[in-house]
Design a protein. Structure first.
Length: 726
């Protein structure tokens, strides 16, 4: 039987947490009460007696060990110590997140002990048994998430400081005079943390790169990339390697492939696209069915494993699509030329070829390496013109995007039949429970200097859906083909939505008169689709679209297949964009390996690559969002005197967020600056309520605003509140 802990008399002070901290920070050294009192700078008799009592209590609780009379070590394994990550807030406090804890643990500022956002740390958790919210203290920094930070340098006489715009970076970086390098006052720089002395307020670092002058366009775009550790150019040795690759089409290689150069083939892409990952081929068979080929650039033919080119592509894992530029995964000689399925050129491809009947049912399928010839390149607008004018005579030449294209009857008929089949495939997906997210995308008209001159919205139409459905079909069928063999593969998975988030969504949308059915998986999907269709064209559309997307789990790459909830597919992969996504390259390699009779690949190795690819995708997405925010703020700088109608998109205790209807730019009206009343935050209504007038400002309300401040560096937009649109 376990002995009951000894009882001790009433204590005046409790030094338990401080004792644990001291012993934990010096886990291999035994301390007595005098040494602990010295560290705590306590020399009065009462405090020393309390420390003696606390040491005995902690020993009786098996939290510390008495190694010899009066000397104590922290117990090596304690249920109060956890490993996890730091999630900083913008208020210089943090939460500790660990898979071993049911809830996040609050970390006060003075308990961070130099930990920074997303660092992996060991934390001592206290207050867990006292009926209070648990709090913790960082005992050890196991691994820094990052050591390089983007900021602006302020140079003094004998030193400098670098200040970041990231609200979660709570400290400046101290730069000794001899480590300032070529930086000049006010430059945007990358600073590397090299040391953080125990008693120093700020970490010590050095300048490793100067990005340019604050406010300059290229400087700020490069700063966005650098903030997420993303490159904006290729190492010279990688460029040289890529330039030396033989990209000519060889008869000897054609002999190893299915030759589909005589089959009608064309691409449909955005009008400004430079890399064409995919093409469609179309042939009507004698039995009345259709042979449809989804042809994907055979990047893996050029991107050989073990080369510096492949290492660089894996490191990047994805292309990054900023507003004014693309940072490609592959050098231009491959991404825009050798691999790109350009019109009137022969190309090596990896293909999924399907025999499909009039009801869009699968009769046969084939996967393998091919060679194709692209007969035509269309922008979505040209394909859309053909679809919309199917009952009229299509001219032999069309020019919708400024370029003229000759259009044969063969291509018109193929486009219209593919559109018919795509609509059947899409209807089946929706019936099976797929969720239709057609969220409006913000796009910018840019001048030659990359400055925003106007804003427009990208809307998906039938031509977009045509390409989407056949790409989805290829991704699904390839994953299904390998998944049913129970072999290692790179899947794109998407878990079911979080129930708590769905309940929160229900609360918000009920204010607009909408609801969702949470009874079952099928009813959730159906009611979410109904919701998304109901808000189309309404003032609250973008808000509800955004909130609904946030209820969804994040899609990611994994070797562990759980299906794709959003698409309602049991098997799904990314196979169709290897020019811009490394997981698609892995998918091609694995598929060819299995076609050749290879054994199941190392799951652990590929899982590690999946995790890396998912992480890089997340960083790229954040950079893309920041570039959109940057352009929106830059655009709004030229509209400071203009009054805009917006929708309240968020409500907090410090103000309301307003999204302008005309351009989707979002900014804040601070509560203290709304002058027509004194407002307080009502968290039950998601609203600000006027003390005198009882006027309510809540989610979805229309209000008029003006630009107060457009800060390009902080990527922050502040509005003057004018009035509510009654």
């Amino acid at each position: 039987m376990n002995k009951k802990p000894k009882k001790f008399g009433k204590k005046e002070k409790d030094f338990s947490d401080k004792i644990i901290k001291i012993l934990s920070q010096n886990a291999n050294k035994a301390y007595n009460y005098k040494q602990i009192a010295g560290i705590l700078e306590l020399d009065d008799t009462q405090s020393r007696n309390e420390i003696i009592k606390d040491l005995k209590i902690l020993a009786s609780q098996n939290k510390i060990i008495e190694t010899e009379p009066g000397k104590y070590l922290v117990k090596a394994i304690s249920q109060d110590y956890y490993e996890g990550t730091i999630d900083m807030t913008s208020r210089k406090t943090a939460y500790f997140v660990s898979k071993d804890l049911e809830e996040d643990v609050f970390i006060p500022t003075n308990n961070l002990n130099h930990a920074l956002d997303k660092d992996t740390v060991k934390v001592y958790v206290y207050n867990r048994r006292r009926g209070k919210k648990p709090e913790g203290e960082v005992i050890e920094i196991i691994e820094r998430k990052k050591s390089e930070f983007v900021g602006v340098i302020d140079i003094q006489k004998n030193f400098a400081f670098v200040t970041t715009a990231n609200p979660k970076m709570y400290t400046d970086i101290f730069i000794p005079k001899d480590k300032i390098g070529e930086a000049q006052q006010g430059d945007v720089v990358i600073a590397k943390i090299e040391d953080w002395p125990k008693k120093a307020d700020s970490p010590f670092g050095s300048i490793i790169k100067v990005l340019g002058k604050q406010g300059e366009h290229d400087t700020e775009i490069h700063a966005i990339l650098a903030e997420y550790g993303l490159p904006y150019d290729f190492p010279i040795e990688v460029e040289v390697f890529a330039q030396k690759i033989d990209t000519s089409i060889q008869e000897s290689e054609i002999a190893n492939r299915r030759d589909m150069r005589d089959t009608l083939t064309f691409t449909i892409d955005p009008k400004d696209a430079k890399d064409f990952d995919d093409a469609l081929s179309f042939k009507k068979l004698e039995n009345g069915n259709y042979e449809i080929g989804i042809h994907i650039a055979d990047v893996s033919y050029y991107l050989q494993e073990g080369t510096i080119l492949d290492d660089e592509a894996y490191k990047r894992a994805t292309s990054v699509y900023l507003v004014d530029r693309v940072v490609p995964m592959l050098p231009e000689v491959l991404s825009n030329f050798a691999c790109s399925l350009r019109p009137q050129e022969e190309k090596y491809t990896f293909s999924a070829v399907f025999e499909i009947n009039e009801k869009a049912q699968m009769i046969n399928q084939w996967f393998g390496r091919t060679v194709i010839y692209s007969d035509q390149r269309f922008a979505y607008e040209e394909a859309q013109y053909i679809i919309e004018n199917k009952d009229n005579t299509i001219p032999e030449e069309i020019s919708i995007t400024g370029q003229s294209y000759e259009v044969s009857d063969e291509i018109v008929n193929a486009t219209l039949k593919l559109d018919e089949l795509a609509k059947i495939l899409r209807a089946k997906r929706m019936y099976d429970g797929a969720i239709s997210f057609d969220k409006v995308e913000v796009k910018f008209n840019l001048n030659e200097q990359g400055e925003p001159e106007g804003v427009y919205f990208k809307v998906s139409k039938e031509a977009n859906h045509l390409i989407e459905e056949f790409m989805l079909l290829a991704n699904k069928k390839v994953a299904e083909f390998i998944g049913k063999q129970k072999k290692t593969y790179v899947y794109r998975i998407h878990d079911e939505p979080n129930v708590d988030k769905l309940i929160s969504l229900q609360t918000v949308i009920s204010k607009f008169g909408y609801s969702i059915n949470l009874k079952s998986k099928g009813e959730i999907s159906q009611s979410l689709n109904t919701l998304l269709q109901s808000v189309v064209g309404k003032k609250e559309q973008n808000l509800i679209d955004t909130l609904t997307i946030r209820t969804m789990s994040k899609a990611k790459y994994s070797t562990e297949n759980i299906g794709h909830y959003g698409l309602a597919f049991d098997y799904y992969s990314h196979f169709t964009s290897p020019i811009r996504r490394y997981p698609d390259v892995m998918a091609h390699r694995l598929l060819q390996h299995y076609i050749d009779g290879g054994k199941s690949a190392d799951a652990d190795l590929y899982e590690e690559k999946c995790i890396h690819s998912s992480n890089m995708e997340s960083l790229a997405t954040n950079a893309e969002r920041d570039s959109i925010k940057y352009m929106q703020i830059k655009y709004m700088q030229d509209h400071k005197d203009q009054e805009f109608l917006g929708v309240i998109s968020g409500v907090t205790e410090w103000g309301i967020y307003v999204e302008i209807i005309a351009n989707k730019c979002e900014g804040m009206c601070r509560i203290r600056e709304i002058k027509d009343d004194y407002y307080t935050f009502d968290d039950k209504q998601y609203a600000l309520v006027g003390e005198v007038s009882k006027k309510v400002l809540q989610l979805g309300d229309e209000v008029f605003v003006k630009v107060k401040n457009a800060d390009l560096v902080k990527k922050q937009l502040d509005f003057h509140f004018i009035r509510k649109n009654e």
